[in-house]
Design a protein around this ligand. Structure first.
Ligand code: ATP
Ligand code: MG
Length: 351
């Protein structure tokens, strides 16, 4: 197994957590004799400072030449007052667009070891394991026309059959390898886009007779996701609904620092923790590396097709949490906590 991985640490805690994720990947590669070639490149604020651009040509080239991109986080308050095209975040948006991934996967699970850190009652979340599949390149965020004219602002929601089909296939394929259920979330009682969405998803489902499909309205689903998260397996939804629901679902896990994401379906797959650059804790060695480490588990699963190794990392994370390792975000104020590197190397040792 040969794999080229572009590593873009980015800003804030990004380089700290990706270093731990790379450390875990190297350990897996050593044990199994895989050849992973890591190439570091700059994106975001660090790229602006060094090269004057949030997405230098060289970085883009490195990413497009790779099999997968592992990204830390992008953004720094020092750029807050800059014009939009000079902000670090513009680099990430441009990168996402260039890579072309249309399906954003965000797994959320309740770790038994962390029952004390979820704000939701443990008996509700216990056993929860949900995979949100969000359409990422269509809908209200990209639809034309858009703009503000005089006192009227316009955004357009638009979906084609093709856009719905391709993301629906990803959701059903995910469900096949999980608990074989897809909940498609829409607002078909009000929106035409959702009516087409429902129609197309129902058609695609016919090719996956082993997977159960149910439809839900986004408003009531938002409530049920928190009331009874264990009722769901794969959740398939369009761009805006997915943006909102995936942040909502993050509460089930207990800390933003635990969550991973994958953006797949384009030229090159992109893996990144869900959290941002966390400038308030950057440089202190206290960030939770689990989100980044779970992201490389997703990389092994989706890009490298190394399911066993992906599971190995996930079990290692579980074991280390059960052993009592906790970064600061997972412990109530005054108690002792572990550093980013302590948690990373504990996970590495388990792999
Ligand atoms: P962005 O706009 O880039 O999404 P944000 O402003 O939404 O960023 P984050 O940077 O994700 O927010 O930080 C939100 C809060 O979560 C902060 O208090 C931060 O310290 C905390 N946080 C984020 N990531 C981690 C992590 N890996 N470990 C511990 N705490 C974290
Ligand atoms: Mg954010």
């Amino acid at each position: 197994m040969k794999l080229k991985i572009a590593v873009l640490g980015g800003d804030g805690v990004g380089p700290e957590v990706t270093a731990e994720a790379v450390r875990v990947l190297r350990a897996i590669a050593n044990v199994n004799g895989y050849e992973f070639q890591f190439t570091e490149a700059e994106v975001g604020g660090v790229a602006i400072r060094k090269h004057g651009s949030p997405l230098p040509e060289k970085t883009l080239h490195t990413c497009l030449e790779s099999d997968a991109v592992l990204l830390g986080a992008v953004g720094h308050p020092e750029f807050d007052s800059m014009p939009r095209d000079k902000k670090p975040e513009t680099g990430l948006l441009a990168l996402r667009q260039a890579l072309g991934g249309f399906a954003n996967l965000r797994p959320v699970q309740a770790y038994a070891a962390l029952s004390d850190s979820s704000p939701i009652k443990q008996e509700l979340v216990f056993g929860a394991d949900v995979m949100i599949v969000r359409e990422l390149l269509g809908g209200l965020y990209f639809g034309e026309p858009r703009g503000i004219k005089d006192d009227t602002a316009t955004n357009t929601m638009s979906y084609s059959r093709y856009e719905i089909e391709r993301v629906a296939h990803i959701a059903f394929q995910q469900a096949r390898n999980r608990r074989k259920k897809v909940t498609s979330v829409d607002k078909a009682n009000v929106l035409e886009c959702s009516q087409l969405w429902r129609l197309v998803v129902t058609e695609v489902a016919k090719q996956y007779s082993d997977v159960k499909l149910e439809h839900a309205y986004v408003d009531s689903f938002a409530m049920r996701l928190i009331q009874a998260p264990t009722a769901f397996d794969v959740v398939l939804t369009e761009n805006l609904f997915g943006d909102i629901l995936s942040d909502e679902a993050a509460v089930i896990g207990g800390s933003l620092g635990l969550l991973a994401s994958a953006t797949i379906g384009g030229e090159v797959d992109l893996y990144e923790p869900v959290h941002g650059s966390a400038p308030d804790i950057a440089g202190k060695g206290i960030a939770n590396p689990v989100g980044a480490i779970n992201s490389v588990a997703m990389l092994l699963r989706h890009t490298a097709k190394l399911e066993q190794d992906a599971r190995l990392i996930e079990s290692a994370v579980n074991a280390v949490l059960l052993d009592g390792y906790r970064t600061k975000d997972l412990v109530p104020s005054a108690r002792k906590f572990n550093t980013t590197a302590e948690v990373g190397s504990a996970i590495e040792r388990q792999c």
